[in-house]
Structure formats: structure tokens, C-alpha cells
Write a protein that binds this ligand. Sequence first.
Ligand code: SAH
Length: 511
Amino acid sequence: MTSPDRNSTTVGKVYLVGAGPGDPGLITLRGVEVLGQADAVVYDYLVNPAILQHAPSTAQLICLGRHGRERVLSQPEVNAQVVSLAQAGRAVVRLKGGDPMVFGRFGEEAEALKEAGVEFEIVAGVTAALAAGSCAAVPVTHREHASAVALVTGQEDMGKETSTLDFDALARFPGTLVIYMGVTTAERWVRQLIGGGKAADTPCAIVRRASFPDQRRWLCRLDEVGARIAEHHIRPPAIVIIGAVAQIDDGLAWFERRPLFGASVLVTRPRGQAESLAARLRALGADVGVEPAIDVAPTDDWSDVDRALERIGQFNWIVFSSTNGVDSCLERLRYLGKDWRAMGEVKIAAVGPATAARLAERDLRADHVPETFQADRLADDLAADANGRRFLLIRASRGREVLAERLTAAGGSVEQVVTYRSEDAPPVAADAIEAVRRGRWQWVTVTSPAIGRSLVQQYGDALAAAKLASISPVTSEALVGLGRPPACTAREATMPGVVDAIVAHRAENPE
Ligand code: SAH
């Protein structure tokens, strides 16, 4: 009998979700949606942990160990765990690498759910064969070369008397063969395919960690697969694409040609602000880590800010020195029951293009943005007509004094308010520091002087193992003062500017 309240919150549900091959961008929208509502996520070791960011921070995360490392739960243990979570009323996401229905042991898990009367939904994913095809530029079908594809397991006949795989038939298969889980068993299935009549010189592509930043691809003949695996110490996960389609034009290898393929970059912006920079780096092929060096938090004393905002219309200029300043100031204005009409005739200056862009997102146009991003340049521009003018500077607790000093000296009256605090992030873990020392990250981004100071303080001499990418001349100057000159400085002081600077540095200094 089915329960009448299957969809009520008291009865859980299991979502079997394909996480895709590894690149966190290759999960489906539906997958992200159900992850966002998960109470518990049970995931395989092959799943990229970056995907877990879509789960609520309160969700219970359960990793099923990797062979040879942690204890591996048996299939019945996994089933029992998933079922008991669902029966406790949880929304459980069972995340599997690739597509859950391709070599995913779905039958056993689904059977257990069915028996326990637990409702479930299956969300498709990008399977490894197809991801490898796209990311390694091997078309698994081709008008001239292959009209069919077979997905084949390389682990089939372990311990069985007779294989259920008919290698003679597979050898004759009129299309592309893609072997999953075939790394450790390559010698055997290669022999069986050739024994079945497959030409020894059939082109093959071995693709390891398809779609990950460290994806590798090797092209060889079928009878060379075992030797290649041994020679390059190729370990799982890898798949082997066999057929004429593997004989591709090298000019198509787009993945490895991206400007930051092979680069590793540690992003040190505050949590919640790191992602735009990280995503841009990742899209260009970089291996990206995030380890915030500072935190930003709203000020804990709004009294000065409120006093200034109450009479904001009386200033001649309001100057924003960061996107955080724009956000916190405008949110506070709204909190006070006001909107931009309260600003009256006040002119708006932004320290750089990113700050101006944030103003624009909030329907405010900056009257002045200096051509080169520098507080000094902004000071020059505004000082020219400062005499008798009233300025309101919106700044961070650790901002610089240059602007206020220059404007006062030029006869302006200056009021400064702190709307947010920039403070050191919680101490970086010792193993993260060791990783930097060992050269795990070729690059570390430094997107403000405060971040530079915090990095030098936290990482000490370990920082010397990485190249520093600085966002602006002011930041570079601070780094020089700290004894850690940057390898490059962004030409435009924006996150894309930092990315461009790393790309340009790599182009000029090939490894
Ligand atoms: N359900 C998964 C397959 C699970 S079997 C899917 O649809 O992709 C595990 C095997 O998948 C690995 O041994 C390897 O052969 C292959 N695989 C998974 N991810 C891979 C990746 N990123 N690159 C290459 N092969 C991968």
C-alpha cells in the first residue's frame, strides 16, 4: 500500500543524481536544484567535492571511501544508510560520478529503495565517455567513421568462469568502443579484442580525468594501450576510446589550448567574493583553490554612517572606494527607509571600474571614475576642484588616508565613514601553508594591500614558492614593501584584469 503523504515532509525521498565527470560546471540544473534542497548528500569519492557547494551548509555530507584509502562501505551498507536517512524524513541526494545509470550499480540501490517503499527520482548526468569525447575532442560518432558507440566495462569477467562480454562480437562492433574501468585490466581486454579480430593498429585515445584541470590524453594503437598505461603510470579514472574517431586532427584539442591550462592559482579573496574570480580562472583552464586571507564584515557601529546618510544630499561628492562600500552603504540607506532620491544633487565618484560597475548594477551612474585605478589618481582629479566642497568618503576600516589628506589640503571638507571592516580571516590551516611551500599553487592572487599583508603574515616564507599576481600598483607597492614583489600587476584593477595579467605573464614566460 502506498502512503497517502509521500510528498509530505515526514517521508523522505532519494534523488539519485549524476554529478557529471568532474568539472563542477557539468552537472545539470536539476541536479543543482535538488542538491540545494538536500538534508543529506551521500557521494562517491569520484565526485568533485566542489559540487557540494550547491548543498545547504546544514546538509549532512557523507563520502563513500575510496578503495585502498578509507574503509569502503559495501553496497548493502550504502543501501541501508540511504534508506534509513530517507525513512527518517530526509531529502537524500545520492551523488554519483557521471550518469547514475551508466555502470552505476543502479539496480542494487534501486531495489533496496523499492523494497523499503522509499520514493525516488533519477537525475541524468554527463557520462565519462561523452565528457571525454568533448573535452579530449574525440567525436565518439562521426558521419564517415562511426555510426554507433558501445559503452563497455573493462572489469567484466573478474572471477567469472565465462565472461558475459562477447569479445568476438565487440571486435566486430561497427562503431566506437569506449572502455570504462579498463586501466588495470588493459592487457587482457586488448588481447581479447585482438583475438576476436580487431585490428591491432586501431586508433585509441586514453583519456584520464576528463574535464578536470589536470586532464591528460594519449593517442596510440590498440596494441600499444597496455604499454602506454605502464609507461605513463596511468591510474584510474581513465577511459579508452577505440576506433577510427580516435585518429583526430590535433588542431581540435581545445581543452589543453586554453590560456591557463596547466596553471594552478590560489584565490585569497574573502569568502562569498572569491567565486567570480575563481570561475573566470577555471573557465580558462586553471586549477583553482580558494583560501581567504581576509574577511569582510559590516561595521558594528553605524552611528557615524547614519548621521552622514541622514544629510547625504548636503555633500557635493560621495566617494566609493570599493564594491563592498557600495553594497554596504546602499543597504544601510535602505535600512534607514531611504532610497537614492535622498542623494539629491550629490555627485558620485568611484575609485575604479569595478566599483563603478557595481554602482551601475544598482542604477547609479558614477560621475567620475579615474582612468587609471589608483586612489592617488582619484585624489588628483578631485583635488583640482575641492576648494570649499564637501566630500563624504565611504571606506573600509583599513583603507588608506591619501585621499582624505589630499582633499583637505586642497581646501575641501572631508567626512569619512566606515561601512565595513576588513579583518584577517581565521588562521590558515598548517597543511594549506605547507601546500603553498611545496609549490602546490604556481600563483597566488593578491587583490588588495590588506590581503597582501595578511598573506605575508600567515604564510611567511612559504609564500616565496608562488608567483604573486597583484591587482593594482598600490597593492604591488605594498607587496614590495613587504619584501614579496609581485610577478605581475593588473593593467586594469579589476578581477578580469588580474586574470589577464596572469595570462600575459604565462604567454611571455613559457614554462
Ligand atoms: N557512472 C559513471 C561511471 C562509473 S564507473 C559515468 O557515467 O561516468 C567508473 C569509471 O568511469 C572509471 O573507472 C573511469 O573508467 C570512468 N570515469 C569516470 N570519470 C572519469 C573521468 N573524469 N575521466 C575518465 N574516465 C572517467
